[in-house]
Ligand binder design. Structure first.
Ligand code: GTP
Ligand code: MG
Length: 390
């Protein structure tokens, strides 16, 4: 009996993964992710359902199979009679455009994180050197056959945790790199714990599979010990064998990232209020203060005023991750910004202000709030001392 992965079937039949999951839900078939496999019988049922839907296109809702009715008893009441239009409540969300996923790479020392990113960058980023502030940007965009993917390229989980400690979640997906000749090491476990604590979907890349001493099976078994069960062992953990040296498996990894992102249904409004996070800040001897900002919502423009903590600045210049000067940047775009007066730290939230006056206002208000909070703290301590008596 042959089994087929959900996303493969979706691709073959030319439907979205989300649609496929909807049909499976309707049939009451359980699955863990789009990479779960389903039985041939189910495949046949899905094909029938799609055929029926196609036949009824434009007409009344497709008649439900017995299995569908059993699994979703309320479906009949919910189904609009005669009008196949989408539920109005969902209209708002679906109008917000999708955005590219932001991916962080974590793992033990020397397991090949940088090499893997380098390989992706080399093959997927058309690096154009432009004049101006060409500096290493702590994040880069890769164009893949599945669309844009943004990778955060800061050293390991240090950045991930500092950013998260400030309450900002930048990464949508975490990739844990594990060397096939070394298996799970202390920092691998740490990285896994960080991804789990952040509730970020996690993919495992078993790297260095080109080495003769590579033992990917051992890595999978070791993962099982942590209650992380790879798909081929019946679990839901996606494990992709790769080699940053030969490039083997890298395309698969990118595909899995896209699939995971699709399920997360990541959206952001380029026309909305700007919101972003500092990935890293530094001082360049020639250019001055440079900061890598991840645009999360809205659009950033040259000449905008940015507020970070209790300081603000006007964007004098902006470059994308290829070093090209750009005038504006939408959601899920890492940009390097020139114009901050103080060096911002990783994880600080960035707001924009209409003009310098508004920026100053925000900064002044924040300073007031901080002083108030400090005074309140002192007050509380004094009261406590009074209560304790002499
Ligand atoms: P840190 O940043 O120090 O934590 O290390 P890292 O995880 O970024 O590892 P890095 O990419 O620097 O790779 C460490 C070593 O492994 C280098 O010598 C790489 O050339 C080598 N290496 C990385 N990936 C592969 C691979 O797929 N195959 C082989 N054979 N060697 C690899
Ligand atoms: Mg490295």
């Amino acid at each position: 009996m042959s089994k087929v992965r959900i996303y493969t079937l979706a691709k073959d039949l030319g439907v979205e993964n989300a649609k496929m999951l909807e049909l499976l839900d309707g049939l009451g078939v359980s699955y863990k992710s789009v990479s779960s496999t389903i039985e041939e019988e189910t495949v046949e049922l899905i094909k029938e359902m799609l055929a029926e839907e196609a036949a009824q296109e434009g007409g009344a809702a497709a008649p439900q199979t017995a299995a569908t009715q059993a699994a979703t008893p309320d479906a009949e009441q919910d189904a609009p009679t005669g009008t196949p239009a989408a539920a109005p409540a969902q209209a708002d969300v679906s109008e917000v455009p999708h955005r590219a996923p932001v991916v962080t790479i974590m793992g033990h020392v020397d397991h090949g994180k940088t090499s893997l990113l380098d390989y992706i960058r080399k093959t997927k980023v058309a690096a154009k050197e432009a004049g101006g502030i060409t500096q290493h940007v702590g994040a880069f965009e890769a164009q893949t056959s599945k669309g844009k993917i943004v990778f955060i390229d800061t050293p390991g989980h240090e950045a991930f945790t500092t950013i998260r400690a400030r309450g900002a979640n930048v990464a949508d997906i975490a990739i844990i790199v594990i060397a096939a000749d070394d298996s799970l090491m202390p920092q691998t476990r740490e990285a896994i714990a960080h991804a789990q604590a952040a509730n970020v979907p996690m993919l495992i890349a078993i790297n260095k599979v080109d080495l003769p001493q590579a033992d990917p099976d051992r890595v999978k078994t070791d993962l099982t010990q942590l209650n992380l069960v790879p798909e081929e062992y019946g679990g839901d953990l996606v494990v992709v064998p790769v080699s940053a040296k030969t490039g083997e498996g890298v395309e698969d990894l990118l595909e899995y990232i896209s699939l995971t992102a699709e399920l997360e249904d990541l959206r952001a409004d380029p026309k909305g209020t700007f919101g972003g996070v500092i990935i890293e800040g530094k001082v360049d001897k020639q250019a001055g203060v440079l900061a890598t900002v991840m645009v999360q919502e809205g659009t950033l423009h040259v000449s905008d005023f940015l507020v970070v903590g209790e300081s603000y600045g006007k964007i004098k210049a902006m470059t994308d991750s290829n070093g090209n000067r750009i005038k504006e940047a939408g959601p899920s775009t890492p940009v390097q910004v020139l114009g901050f007066s103080e060096v911002p730290s990783s994880g600080e939230k960035v707001q924009s202000a209409r003009n310098e006056h508004a920026a100053r206002e925000i900064v002044a208000q924040r300073a007031d709030e901080r002083r108030d909070a400090e005074n309140a703290r002192v007050q509380r301590r004094l009261t406590l001392e009074e209560m304790m008596g002499p």
